[in-house]
Design a protein around this ligand. Sequence first.
Ligand SMILES: Nc1ncnc2c1ncn2[C@@H]1O[C@H](COP(=O)(O)OP(=O)(O)O)[C@@H](O)[C@H]1O
Ligand SMILES: O=c1ccn([C@@H]2O[C@H](COP(=O)(O)O)[C@@H](O)[C@H]2O)c(=O)[nH]1
Length: 222
Amino acid sequence: MTMIDLGSEHPHNGKKRPIVIGVTGGSGSGKTTVSRAIFDEFAGHSLLMLQEDSYYKASTAPFSERKKINYDHPLAFDTDLLIEQLQQLLRYESIDKPVYDYKDHNRSKNVVRQEPKDVIILEGILILYDPRLRDLMDIKVYVDTDDDIRLIRRIKRDMRERGRSLDNIINQYLATVRPMYHQFVEPTKRYADIIIPEGGQNQVAIDLLVTKIRDIFARQSR
Ligand SMILES: Nc1ncnc2c1ncn2[C@@H]1O[C@H](COP(=O)(O)OP(=O)(O)O)[C@@H](O)[C@H]1O
Ligand SMILES: O=c1ccn([C@@H]2O[C@H](COP(=O)(O)O)[C@@H](O)[C@H]2O)c(=O)[nH]1
């Protein structure tokens, strides 16, 4: 378990800085559900959510080509921009966060202004892949859900929310999502401080994280 020392000097810059909680796991594992459950517990507190998906690279290719991109490979993400913006938030600077449009398979032209907060929940499939990102995290969480359950959840979600057909979801899963998960995502489990089986409904694990964050807030306000 990573030792967290808050409200005092931080090893990176010698000053107090926001806490970063990384939440990862395969697509459909329940990362967003877990992150939202934590976020909702702290309504009114100084907390923000950052999604790695916002940092998918923008593309100038036509839609027919964008549909075929491997979105589960580390190179699909603009990790440099994510790190740059995370570092800005860690310096208590605001950022203009990119917005990703899953239906269009591209970054939208809009950005969202995000003010800095004391706790940052960073969520995404490959946030533990790059050591530069790992180094910025105080707590690393891996949501561990069986492949078949994740696929079923993804089918339901992507048909409902991301404008996909069943054939399209299954083809993409077999071609890229599944192999990239085993090659790049699952191996990052070894970097996690906490592994949550089954994600969103694991109230015990969520309560443990919430207790830890409450402890952080209490120490910061002293
Ligand atoms: N424990 C669970 N039981 C049933 N459905 C769940 C559970 N956790 C998440 N889901 C659903 O599965 C889908 C994927 O979950 P989500 O949290 O978006 O996963 P991820 O962010 O890891 O891709 C969502 O529609 C969500 O509502
Ligand atoms: O244009 C896109 C961009 C991403 N994806 C898929 O999204 C998931 C990651 O999001 P989760 O919320 O963790 O499921 C990733 O597996 C990509 O395959 C996409 O289909 N199209």
